[in-house]
Design a protein around this ligand. Structure first.
Ligand SMILES: Nc1ncnc2c1ncn2[C@@H]1O[C@H](COP(=O)(O)OS(=O)(=O)O)[C@@H](OP(=O)(O)O)[C@H]1O
Length: 401
């Protein structure tokens, strides 16, 4: 082995003063059986002449006395080298001043071999990082509809450790999609690198009877669930604004809100879909029958509008993500939209489309009062179930707090 190394080095020396990265890889990769040690000894060559390496980081690690830091530097260095070699970045500008490096190498070669033998150090050949792959979601935003699910997903997607599916997948609420199976579901997900969280959002899951059971069975109890809620009355009005928009787009006359949410007697109709979606505790209870409570986190939708970084801080904690979205400067208030936009990768601003944050239609105070009265006891039950009080839940004493 020693001889092979010496020969390779000699050969390289004869080739001239400088070597391109690709040549370096070709010559050294097959003979450097112990790249960690070689590289650490070659640092003058590699670090000062190989521009892809993060010089400062390596040096700070290396100057550290701690064995752990040095080990970290070695493996980080090794990975970088193997990445560069494996992707064959020839002509990428990386040139080595071979003479300096080879002199240092030859002088230390014997010492290193002895050191390797003494330490019994057998580093497996570094493998290249796996290519990005589609993965089943680690986390789902299950709802609730019109509570800010898109904003939550888009904000999270700006996090470097998150890969979010762009469109709603509707796998657990539409039988024809469910029948296509998990491989189809996986195929709808974005490609992600190891360590990235795959997230999708489909607000219909929250209110679909079978969804929690199916999600538990198919994705397991480790799945993280995000639920975003806002004032149930505002949610109904937002739902109605969408109804008006759809009808106008289809050229059909819109129905008055009262016809959609009240029964003939003028009372709130508990069978109305708009009403049912806002009875949060009922749907939540169903989810909690299938998932442990610590797997579900509730985002305050009203706070996400006003202080997104605060809510995102809690979400990052829940998902054990490195802090990134928890700083106010990560969000920019867009006065035209009246909402916050997120600073995405490369600091580009990302705002939601015009279909989000629509102006709400005026609603009669009588209807509003009926809706408020209807949801009050349901809010109380939600507070009991979650142990949390939201600003829209009314006064503390009403809730027994
Ligand atoms: N940053 C930001 N930008 C724009 N909109 C925001 C934002 N944060 C929360 N929201 C609120 O999100 C509401 C729409 O909720 P969803 O995305 O869950 O709607 S949907 O169910 O997917 O149709 C939408 O409701 P409407 O205002 O009724 O349109 C917004 O109030």
């Amino acid at each position: 082995k020693q001889q092979a190394e010496a020969e390779a080095i000699q050969e390289a020396e004869e080739r001239g003063d400088e070597l391109k990265v690709a040549e370096f890889c070709q010559i050294y990769r097959p003979v450097l059986k112990t790249p960690l040690l070689w590289l650490s000894e070659q640092k003058t060559v590699v670090f000062t002449n190989w521009p892809f390496l993060n010089k400062r980081r390596m040096h700070s690690f290396r100057s550290s006395k701690s064995r752990r830091s040095r080990k970290k530097a070695d493996s980080s260095c090794e990975q970088t080298i193997s990445e560069q070699c494996d992707t064959r970045m020839s002509g990428h500008g990386g040139r080595l001043l071979l003479r300096i490096g080879l002199a240092a190498l030859l002088a230390t070669a014997a010492l290193l071999t002895v050191a390797v033998l003494l330490r019994g150090h057998r580093t497996p050949p570094p493998s290249p990082p796996p290519p990005p792959q589609q993965q089943l979601p680690h986390c789902i935003i299950i709802g609730a509809r019109k509570c800010g699910t898109r904003a939550l997903l888009d904000f999270l997607d700006a996090h470097p450790n998150v890969a979010a599916a762009r469109s709603e997948i509707h796998y657990f609420d539409k039988t024809d999609r469910l029948r296509r199976g998990l491989s189809w579901y996986r195929g709808q997900m974005p490609r992600s690198r190891p360590g990235q969280f795959t997230i999708e959002k489909t607000p219909a899951y929250f209110v679909t009877e079978a969804a929690p059971r199916l999600a538990r069975r198919q994705l397991g109890a480790n799945l993280r669930l995000l639920l975003i809620l806002r004032d149930p009355v505002t949610r109904v009005v937002s739902d109605y604004a969408q109804h008006l928009h759809r009808r106008a787009k289809a050229g059909r006359p819109a129905r008055p809100l009262e016809r959609l949410v009240l029964s003939g007697s003028g009372r709130v109709n508990p069978r109305s879909r708009m009403i049912q979606t806002s009875v949060y505790h009922r749907h939540l209870r169903r989810w909690l029958r299938h998932f442990p409570a610590d797997r579900l986190h509730i985002v305050d939708g009203d706070r996400l509008i006003g202080e997104p970084h605060e809510e995102l801080r809690l979400v990052e904690q829940f998902l054990s993500l490195p802090s990134f979205l928890n700083r106010p400067e990560q969000f920019v208030f867009n006065s035209t939209k009246g909402f916050y936009c997120v600073r995405g990768r490369r600091q580009r601003q990302r705002c939601l489309g015009s279909e989000k944050g629509r102006q709400h239609p005026p609603v009669s105070p009588v209807t509003l009062a009926k809706l408020r009265a209807y949801f009050e006891p349901h809010n109380l039950r939600l507070a009991e179930l979650t142990g949390r009080r939201f600003a829209w839940m009314g006064r503390a004493e009403q809730l027994g707090a």
